[in-house]
Design a protein around this ligand. Structure first.
Ligand code: SAH
Length: 509
């Protein structure tokens, strides 16, 4: 089959920060990309949407200085495309709004390289929306000007027609204007804008670091100096700024401003990330567990070939359920062999995974830990009965040990093993150093152990200072034993309760 995407460049707008603002097209291309060139303002969490094998190349600023010239970036795009790669060029906001997207496309076009352009949510509209400022309004503003606050060549002025700009009645939005704020304000007033004109400066919009300062042309420079407002910031000028007090929403969400580390991969992580975003938190995805096949399938194969000998089947995780059914198919066995076998699970997610197969779950314990399942199984007469326990290669032995003590026969069949993924800690390290991590979540003991193994001794002192949220008491114990500062454990041991518990913690209830 010919790969139609070989040697192609996809210019994708990543949106202003919140990963939820990436378009569906952008997400799809990221998922296919072999090479991704990304900028300073792209949320590094976008890596979540890429293949593990994708080559991620940072071409943005390092310590405020461009790491590559525009010419070098163009050449790199061309080189990677010529190697036959599917290249995604990921840019903050929209690539055609002060993003040099046009220049890059011109350069690759000259080489005859095919391309696609995926627009993004520009910070102009995205950040304004998250700040609660509608850029136009029927009664207040019917024009919108998008203006650059930067001029590389002339440090003392910006090449725009101040007279015309100042005469406009509608909304003015300046990008790249944080450092030039005094100049912008001075010029606008000099050319006739009223000193009372409302103005808002929004820094790091749509992220946990979003901050908004409001004032008037007369007062904002003082406010900006006092607060040392640095880029990236969007400056909005006009009567619409006054609407913020009635329209503000994002900054009032219960977890606004909090960055929460999600250490789990897969469906659970997705629902957790979603809920965190809903509550206004910024999730930072740092997966520490990867699920792969067990070293040896033979115990499971043997069990699958003799399913009718069991009276009970116990699942302890959704992963276990999935691997069990995949293997059943792989060895050409039949689910109908499970007729009459009672099915036990710990936790609702596991039960859901079983139900998705069209199998009814007979027992889900009240509390979602092994001890609770043991208790409810203890109420049945399990003496002499055979149970199959498909689960992770390494797991707690409490469940099989206790069931055996009660006289049951338990076969353990490894269905998967978890391994430590290769994972760069660079971004996490930076976030920790900048004080930008509020909570780290752990959903199992192995997430705790793997996280600490990945981050190592070097980051441990920093990690010990961060608030830890654990899904349940077993995970909590592992975290405490490692010296971590566990502050949050939900009453119910599910991922969504964990997020609720984080919300309650910050709401002070
Ligand atoms: N193509 C981008 C703009 C690139 S120029 C877009 O469409 O948004 C970079 C400028 O964009 C920054 O200096 C700042 O003015 C603005 N900007 C980008 N992301 C921002 C954010 N999250 N919060 C505030 N301003 C942002």
């Amino acid at each position: 089959m010919i790969n139609k995407n070989a040697g192609k460049v996809i210019l994708v707008g990543a949106g202003p920060g919140d990963t939820g603002l990436l378009t569906l097209n952008g997400k799809q291309w990221l998922g296919k990309a072999e090479v991704v060139l990304y900028d300073h303002l792209v949320n590094p969490d976008m890596i979540r949407f890429t293949q593990k094998s994708a080559e991620m190349i940072y071409v943005g600023k390092k310590e405020g200085v461009a790491s590559m010239t525009q010419e070098q970036i163009n050449l790199l795009l061309i080189k990677k495309a010529h190697e036959g790669k599917l290249v995604v060029r990921l840019k903050g906001g929209d690539p055609f709004i002060f993003g040099r997207g046009g220049e890059e496309i011109q350069a690759i076009r000259k080489e005859g390289i095919p391309f696609v352009i995926v627009p993004g949510v520009t910070s102009v509209t995205g950040v304004a929306a998250y700040a609660g400022i509608p850029l136009t309004h029927r009664h207040l503003s019917s024009t919108l000007s998008i203006i650059t606050g930067s001029n590389e060549k002339n440090q003392d002025d910006i090449h725009i027609d101040w007279e015309k700009i100042s005469a406009r009645a509608g909304t003015l939005v300046f990008l790249m204007g944080a450092r030039k704020l005094p100049l912008i304000v001075e010029k606008l007033m000099q050319f006739g804008k009223s000193p009372d004109t409302p103005i808002a400066v929004v820094q790091w919009g749509t992220t946990a670091r979003q901050k908004t300062w409001t004032g008037t042309l007369a007062t904002i420079v003082e406010i900006s100096k006092k607060n040392m407002i640095l880029p990236p910031a969007l400056t909005i000028i006009g009567e619409v700024v006054n609407l913020k007090s009635t329209i503000e929403w994002y900054e009032s969400l219960p977890l606004f401003g909090k960055t929460v580390v999600v250490t789990r991969k897969g469906d659970q992580a997705e629902s957790m990330i979603h809920r965190l975003q809903e509550l206004g938190a910024e999730p930072y995805f740092f997966p520490v567990i990867e699920t792969v096949a067990p070293d040896d399938w033979s115990p499971l194969d043997k069990a699958l070939n003799n399913l009718s000998q069991y009276q009970g089947l116990i699942f302890t995780s959704a992963n276990g359920v999935r691997a069990f059914i995949e293997r059943l198919k792989a060895i050409d066995q039949d689910i109908r062999e499970l007729k009459g076998v009672r099915v036990y699970t710990i936790g609702p997610k596991t039960a859901e995974a079983v139900q998705a197969l069209g199998i009814r779950v007979d027992v889900v314990p009240e509390s979602f830990v092994a001890e609770s399942l043991i208790e409810s199984m203890g109420k049945e007469n399990i003496k002499g009965k055979c149970f199959l326990l498909p689960r992770a290669m390494i797991a707690r032995e409490t469940l099989p040990e206790q069931l055996r003590k009660m006289g049951a026969h338990v076969d353990i069949a490894p269905t998967y093993q978890t391994i430590l993924p290769s994972q760069s800690i660079e971004v996490l390290e930076k976030k920790l150093a900048a004080g930008n991590i509020d909570v780290i979540t752990f959903t199992s003991s192995s997430t705790v152990k793997n996280f600490l193994a990945l981050t190592g001794e070097k980051l441990l002192p920093e990690i010990k200072k961060i608030k830890i949220a654990c899904i349940g008491p077993i995970t909590e114990k592992t975290a405490r034993d490692a010296g971590l500062n566990v502050q949050i454990v939900p009453p119910q041991y599910t991922v969504l309760s964990l997020v609720d518990a984080i919300e309650n913690y910050y709401q002070g209830s």
